[in-house]
Design a protein around this ligand. Structure first.
Ligand SMILES: Cc1ncc(COP(=O)(O)O)c(C=O)c1O
Length: 371
């Protein structure tokens, strides 16, 4: 099976460990187990020291599934199955439901797994190209134009990495109407759901509005626990059963430690999300102020998610730009080219305010050479 290199992940692996200012991080400042202990009265250390290290609950414990369901308006335990992060959740959905020759629709730019993984399985892919001039928001006509009689799945990421594009409930309903006409699935990677700095509410999930919607999520981004590698899939029970058959070949289980700690994270979700919202909100304000004084960079700042896509007005390819910037200042970005779009940089609202402020000030000083 031939597959294109996963450009974002390759770039991150090569460059993220030796930087001074990581301004591209997508996970809200990660937490430790000591931090988690502060959110709960349960004695985490004593519990984990007494857990028997068998495979644990194979498809996730009932406690964990109940905690996951608290993020949605509908659903039962049979609508959930567990995965190793959202990346494995997406993989399991795609590999379980798609076959060579199926047609899928995806966004561009977006998380490459959503279009290049189906492509590697022999699916035909049509892309809905997001336009910065339209605030990175597609129209329903953009989707109508690319639908085909054999469209099996619309593969979305909302809020989107890297643009932050997030669908309103009205737009979601229009998309669902369209999907219904073609009897096709909607897969939405909702990993960045939870930090809407305008409504401060949990945004709607496709899985609460469409009986052929499958959504994926994990603890990595807004819950600040990427190290647990705990992701899940929510969907119709027959689809979950199909995925579980595949799952047996891929992961067996998440293990009892991750299952238990996942429960503690999600049972304290309100406090953790409040912290994440706070961090993202402060960084968005900071970025807005910085942009007002930085004519060489512009950006559509999204309402939700932990990332946005900065446009820089310097005539230099984005890989070269990022390498030079990191070498000369220690500032690390993912270049737009890793998402197939030149002259852009992915920015994350995820680090501590002072760290981001220092990073942006250093970035402006470096940009002086291009004025
Ligand atoms: C849209 C999207 N989906 C999935 C992932 C992978 O997340 P996880 O750590 O849950 O596997 C990422 C990571 O950056 C992402 O941006």
């Amino acid at each position: 099976m031939k597959i294109n290199e996963f450009d974002v992940e390759t770039w991150m692996t090569e460059h993220e460990t030796h930087c001074q200012y990581n301004l591209t991080e997508t996970c809200v400042s990660s937490l430790s187990l000591n931090d988690l202990q502060k959110y709960t009265d349960e004695d985490i250390t004593s519990t984990i020291m007494n857990i028997t290290m068998d495979y644990g609950p194979i498809v996730g414990s009932s406690r964990l599934k109940k905690a996951i369901l608290s993020l949605y308006e509908t659903g039962h335990e049979e609508n959930i199955t567990m995965a190793h992060g959202a990346i494995n959740a997406n993989e399991l959905v795609i590999i379980s439901l798609l076959e060579p020759g199926d047609h899928i629709v995806s966004l561009f730019p977006s998380y490459q797994q959503m279009y290049d993984f189906p492509r590697s399985l022999g699916c035909e892919v049509s892309l809905v190209v997001l336009d910065e001039e339209k605030n990175w928001m597609p129209s329903i006509e953009d989707f109508q134009k690319v639908m085909k009689s054999n469209t099996k799945m619309i593969c979305l990421n909302s809020p989107n990495n890297p643009t932050g594009t997030c669908f309103s409930l009205d737009f979601m309903k229009e998309l669902i109407d369209l999907a219904q006409q073609y009897d096709c699935y909607i897969l939405c990677d909702e990993i960045y759901r939870g930090v809407n700095t305008v409504t401060k509410q949990l945004s709607p999930s496709f899985s609460d509005y469409y009986d052929k919607a499958i959504v994926t999520q994990s603890l990595s981004k807004v819950f600040s626990f990427a190290g647990l590698r705990l992701g899940w899939i929510k969907g119709p029970s027959d689809v979950i059963q199909t995925i579980d058959l595949r799952r047996d070949y891929h992961i067996i289980s998440n293990g009892p430690l991750d299952d238990y700690l996942g429960c503690i994270v999600l049972e304290n979700k309100d406090k953790i999300i409040e912290r994440s919202l706070n961090i993202c909100e402060k960084n968005k304000e900071l970025l807005k102020e910085w942009l007002e004084n930085e004519p060489l960079v512009s950006c559509v700042i999204p309402d939700e998610g932990t990332v946005c896509f900065l446009k820089y007005h310097v005539n230099m390819p984005s890989k070269e730009f990022c390498l030079k910037l990191q070498e000369e200042t220690g500032i690390f970005f993912v270049p737009g080219s890793a998402f197939g779009v030149e002259n852009h940089l992915r920015f994350g609202f995820t680090h501590d305010y002072e760290y981001v402020k220092e990073g942006l000030t250093t970035f402006s000083k470096w940009l002086n050479q291009f004025r």
